[in-house]
Design a protein around this ligand. Structure first.
Ligand SMILES: NC(=O)c1ccc[n+]([C@@H]2O[C@H](COP(=O)([O-])OP(=O)(O)OC[C@H]3O[C@@H](n4cnc5c(N)ncnc54)[C@H](OP(=O)(O)O)[C@@H]3O)[C@@H](O)[C@H]2O)c1
Length: 352
């Protein structure tokens, strides 16, 4: 038996999320039964997509074949987390094994699940720092990779605009587009992040999307127009992009960060320009790219190599302790993360 704390969804957010939407509860976690393991969670991922799963009733989760489900009231939240097996009665998961599950938002849990790829990944001999498996070597790194290469199919010499460029997925997508020989312009909501995009990620141009003259700034930075816009943000930025797209340009719609946390849904007022300019717009989800395993393995191999070669830089913003997990989620939508937002839940045990 071990004492643990967990975060449960108490009420559905109306508008922006607040601390009152959640409660932290102390529980006792039983020792593992036959075939079970006791896991201590170490690092938890905070991501933008989690917000969409809290808002049942506010938006519709389309009845599509996606491995996502609404968070239910009173239940412990879910999210990607790296844990360490600290007691084992399962020969496949010996003490000391690091595993990735979707059982974040809690400190400890017992587990009997069989490895099934998405809900449990066993990290045999991690080759990179543990936290990498929550960003570059995870579904977010894979998202960035496939958004740029498979969805946008960028070509050397093209001008590519990437919004939410200083966040987890956008920052990696920006660097992959740069490596592909594109001219890359990134947008973010904070001036210090603009500096990071220019100085550390070496983007060709970067802007704060909150500035009132965004359209003029983008136009000046892209004298040959925009060939590809990878849209993580939606809202006003999508509208500006439609205005600036070149004929036959491609818009890749992958996210809507401006809408998730209480943003007022707005459609682009200039959508008819897509017709006039024959611009295509493609919705893209990482869940279409997780199979076959060989393609995903190639993606991770490349991402790992690029990190080792210093071609991909990932910054981590770390909040400490489960008591700060909700604040981390709130602050993600204030843009307080540079790169990946993580919560450190504990240190690995010395199981000697
Ligand atoms: N379709 C797919 O396959 C797929 C896969 C992974 C992720 N995604 C999408 O990628 C996007 C980023 O997700 P992530 O988990 O990597 O999060 P993230 O970029 O690490 O963090 C979210 C960022 O959203 C920005 N933001 C917050 N409020 C905003 C607003 N009102 N308008 C514009 N931007 C705002 C903030 O950056 P600023 O400070 O710059 O505002 C914040 O840092 C999300 O839209 C997510 O759904 C899509």
């Amino acid at each position: 038996m071990v004492s643990s704390r967990e975060i449960r969804l108490k009420s559905r957010p109306m508008g922006t999320i607040t601390q009152d939407n959640f409660e932290m509860v102390a529980v006792e976690v039983a020792s593992p039964a036959e075939n079970e393991v006791l896991v201590k969670n170490l690092w938890m991922s905070i991501d933008a997509g989690q917000r969409t799963l809290m808002a049942k009733g506010e938006t519709e989760l389309l009845n599509l074949d996606l491995p996502a489900r609404w968070f239910e009231l009173g239940e412990v939240m879910e999210g990607q987390v790296i844990g360490q097996v600290i007691e084992s009665r399962n020969k496949n998961l010996p003490v000391g094994t690091y595993i990735i599950t979707n059982r974040g938002w809690r400190e400890y849990f017992t587990f009997s699940g069989k490895p099934d790829g998405f809900t449990l990944t066993v990290l045999n001999d991690p080759i990179a720092p543990l936290t990498s498996y929550l960003h570059v070597m995870s579904i977010y790194g894979a998202s960035a990779y496939f958004h740029v290469t498979a969805c946008a199919k960028v070509q050397a010499g093209e001008t590519v605009w990437i919004s939410t460029a200083a966040g987890t997925t956008g920052s990696m997508a920006s660097q992959i587009a740069k490596m592909s020989g594109c001219r890359v312009v990134g947008t973010t909501g904070h001036d210090e992040k603009v500096d990071w995009l220019l100085q550390h990620l070496k983007l060709d141009a970067a802007f704060n999307y909150k500035r009132s003259d965004l359209q003029q700034a983008m136009k000046a930075a892209c004298p040959d127009g925009i060939d590809v816009y990878i849209d993580y943000a939606g809202g006003r930025q999508l509208e500006v992009a439609i205005d600036l797209m070149n004929p036959h340009g491609r818009i890749i719609k992958v996210g809507d960060t401006s809408m998730y946390d209480g943003g007022v849904p707005t459609g682009p007022s200039n959508i008819f320009q897509l017709v006039l300019k024959r611009v295509s717009i493609l919705g893209c989800s990482i869940f279409d790219y997780l199979a076959p395993p060989s393609r995903l393995a190639t993606c991770y191999k490349r991402l790992g190599r690029w990190v080792a070669e210093g071609k991909i830089v990932v910054h981590e913003t770390v909040y400490d302790g489960i008591e700060n997990a909700v604040q981390a989620q709130i602050d993600l939508f204030k843009g307080k993360n540079l790169g990946k937002m993580l919560v450190k839940l504990g240190d690995p045990e010395d199981l000697g």
